[in-house]
Design a protein around this ligand. Structure first.
Ligand code: COA
Ligand code: HC5
Length: 635
């Protein structure tokens, strides 16, 4: 996917890293001013279409079939019919939406940014920001921790150079080139809380930042990572700077100021106002916000058994383990935070509003390879200035805000239940050998697992990329289909022959694959329905009944919220459930195994991450056992 390391180095030496990245206020998504090659590429991308109204209404009714009762469905049919009748409300809204699509670069992206992220008031931690756990590194002490951190920082700067110099190859999905805008939003950006809505700002163009922030023992530092001639510091130089930071932050009794960023967005917005009344604090906050990214040098956490290790460490990545551990060692509004423990554990947490997972994973894949190949070379001893410690004056108001945030966070941390596991029996290759889509197969195993626990199907969300379109984000693949429902019902029916079950599985896989295709081509129903609803809020006095109906509420109550985020690196990815009685399931299918992270809330008696995991493994095995042995499955 990337140009070779040698070529990159050559490019990099030729070009001074004058950041060309098109910093822009992400809210509302400004037309991205991409330099040269990317501008041409971006302009060549198709615009996101508005699907035909009748198509969406028909597909909406089909999507409801497996998840609502017959009675509800009948009542909804009438409501949908009225909404879609000729000259009715639906057509009027559709016309407004089509007008909006003609007038904007992307009719959806600003609305999506606002409703899915900036106006969403729950804390970003657990509820919105995903985490990644990288393979455990081979070091066990502070030196190893700082050495790895230095390589990682250097690797990110190497990736940044590719963004700035336009040597990052355009990605594609099923042969179609993808929108690359998100790559320009992930570095030097940060979210800021606001009383009703937040904002997210990208500083790369306006401020041209040349520093990162490093946090250790809850204390933040500004670390400049370029020399005055524009060349990046070497790994060795960065390491020495990290040592200085580490030594000047040994005190462990500091106020965990970063914990404020874990709050409910309204509480954090209030606390933010209190905090930045003080000029010193305001300047420190700005320094974090403008930095290219943040490095969290974490304190050690209690050792656990190998079996529990992945899940416990993933918690460190997702929320930091609570106020007693590393949650104060973060600034959760920062788009990219790399987390490096003392025991070889490492990963990241990212604030979701500027980007989807795949660009973050592409960056991580690159950095991970870079770290493997990078060696420490002794640098000329040019004295470097001491990284600046960011000062915070803690007023009684802020002290109170921190205590409240701690309490709230600790409750959230206790409530989240995470189970990470590697399914070792097979991966993508075997599923491909059956001529089935691995993604659809995994989604069906989830449908089967859920059905075996609950005896019914639920509204299921799978992220589909809309990046085939200019400024595209995501739509929803609804994995609970009429066909998946027929398959899961048949699977444990003793009366049916294996052949019949396999036929139903193949049919269900085909339905999923076909809906995926529909979604990535901009013809799915979820964002269209959202657009019609938001258009109704803008245009009408009354919200149409279709959006007030019980079926609509059921359809958007995603008990299963899932996402495939493939990576070359053998890592695990995780996010929280989106409803109190739901599961978050993120998976990274590798060739010969599958990495899963399942989350649920302990406060819900009906859900249990370990239980779903157990059923998921069994479902995958049972589905494999029905299918013919192929040369690869015999191995
Ligand atoms: N027979 C043999 N091979 C098949 C097959 C079949 N019937 N169907 C698919 N395959 C192959 C594909 O060619 C592909 O091959 P590759 O590994 O060489 O690339 C591989 O199996 C995987 O395909 P599939 O499992 O169908 O998934 P996909 O790669 O098409 O991805 C989505 C499906 C929905 C995940 C993808 O379209 C998408 O939208 N991804 C982005 C999701 C996202 O943004 N997530 C994060 C949100 S923050
Ligand atoms: C590093 C893993 C990132 C996965 C994040 C993800 O899948 O986010 C989804 C984004 C979207 O628009 O579908 C939302 N989800 C977590 C609720 C599935």
């Amino acid at each position: 996917m990337f140009v070779s390391t040698m070529d990159r180095r050559k490019d990099f030496l030729k070009l001074r890293p004058t950041p060309l990245s098109p910093g822009c206020l992400v809210r509302p998504i400004a037309p991205t001013r991409l330099p040269g090659r990317y501008l041409a590429h971006q302009k060549s991308l198709p615009r996101l279409p508005v699907p035909p109204l009748q198509q969406t209404l028909e597909r909406y009714l089909l999507a409801l079939e497996p998840i609502v009762s017959q009675e509800e469905l009948e009542s909804t049919r009438l409501i949908v019919k009225e909404f879609g009748q000729r000259g009715g409300v639906g057509e009027r809204l559709q016309a407004s939406l089509e007008r909006r699509a003609r007038k904007t670069e992307n009719w959806l992206c600003d609305w999506w940014l606002r409703t899915a992220y900036l106006e969403y008031r729950l804390p970003v931690v657990i509820h919105s920001s995903p985490a990644v756990l990288l393979p455990k590194q081979d070091y066990y002490d502070r030196q190893g921790q700082l050495r790895f951190a230095a390589k990682l920082i250097s690797g990110v700067l190497d990736f940044k150079a590719m963004i700035d110099n336009e040597t990052l190859p355009v990605e594609n999905l099923r042969g179609n080139p993808l929108c690359m805008n998100q790559y320009y939003q992930i570095l030097s950006s940060c979210r800021t809380p606001g009383p009703k809505t937040d904002s997210v700002v990208n500083y790369s163009q306006t401020k041209n930042p040349t520093h990162i922030t490093v946090v250790h023992n809850f204390q933040f530092f500004e670390l400049f990572v370029y020399n005055s001639d524009g060349s990046p510091l070497t790994v060795d130089q960065i390491y020495m700077q990290l040592e200085k930071i580490w030594h000047s932050s040994l005190q462990t009794n500091k106020e965990p100021i970063g914990i404020l960023t874990t709050g409910h967005r309204n509480s954090w917005a209030n606390a933010y106002n209190n905090l930045i009344k003080d000029k010193v604090n305001k300047e420190s906050v700005k320094c974090i916000q403008r930095s290219i990214f943040t490095i969290c040098l974490d304190a050690p956490v209690p050792k656990v058994s190998d079996e529990l290790y992945m899940s416990r460490v993933m918690e460190q990545m997702l929320h930091g383990g609570g106020s007693r551990w590393n949650s104060g060692n973060r600034w959760f509004d920062k788009t990219l935070q790399f987390i490096i423990g003392e025991d070889g554990s490492c990963g990241l947490v990212y604030e979701h509003s500027p980007s989807e997972g795949p660009p973050i994973m592409a960056l991580l894949d690159h950095v991970f390879e870079y770290c493997k190949n990078s060696v420490m070379v002794r640098s000329p001893m040019i004295p470097l200035t001491m990284p600046r410690k960011l000062r915070f004056n803690i007023t009684p108001d802020t002290k109170r805000d921190i205590e409240k945030a701690k309490q709230n966070l600790n409750m959230m941390v206790h409530d989240v239940d995470i189970k990470c596991f590697t399914f070792p029996q097979f991966g993508k290759d075997l599923v491909k050998s059956w001529k089935l889509s691995p993604d659809a197969f995994i989604q069906l195993s989830l449908q089967l697992a859920y059905y075996r626990i609950y005896g019914e199907s639920c509204a299921t969300y799978e992220s589909a990329s809309l990046r085939m379109f200019h400024l595209g984000r995501t739509d929803t693949i609804r994995s609970a289909t009429i066909e998946s429902s027929a398959f899961v019902c048949a699977m444990d029916n003793q009366q049916l022959q294996n052949q019949e079950k396999v036929a139903l599985l193949r049919k269900a896989v085909a339905a999923h694959t076909s809906y995926t295709d529909t979604a990535v081509r901009g013809q799915a129903i979820d964002r269209h329905l959202l657009g019609l609803k938001l258009q109704a809020i803008e245009d009408l006095v009354r919200i149409p009944e279709i959006f007030m109906d019980t079926s609509y509420a059921v359809a958007f109550h995603f008990n299963l919220s899932t996402s495939q985020v493939p990576a070359k690196t053998d890592c695990l990815l995780c996010f929280g459930p989106v409803v109190p009685d739901g599961y978050g399931v993120c998976y990274n299918p590798m060739d010969a195994h599958i990495n899963f992270a399942v989350s649920a809330f302990n406060s819900c008696a009906e859900t249990n991450a370990a239980k779903l995991t157990h059923y998921l493994e069994q479902a995958l095995i049972d589905m494999r056992d029905m299918l013919p042995l192929t040369p690869s499955s015999k191995l």
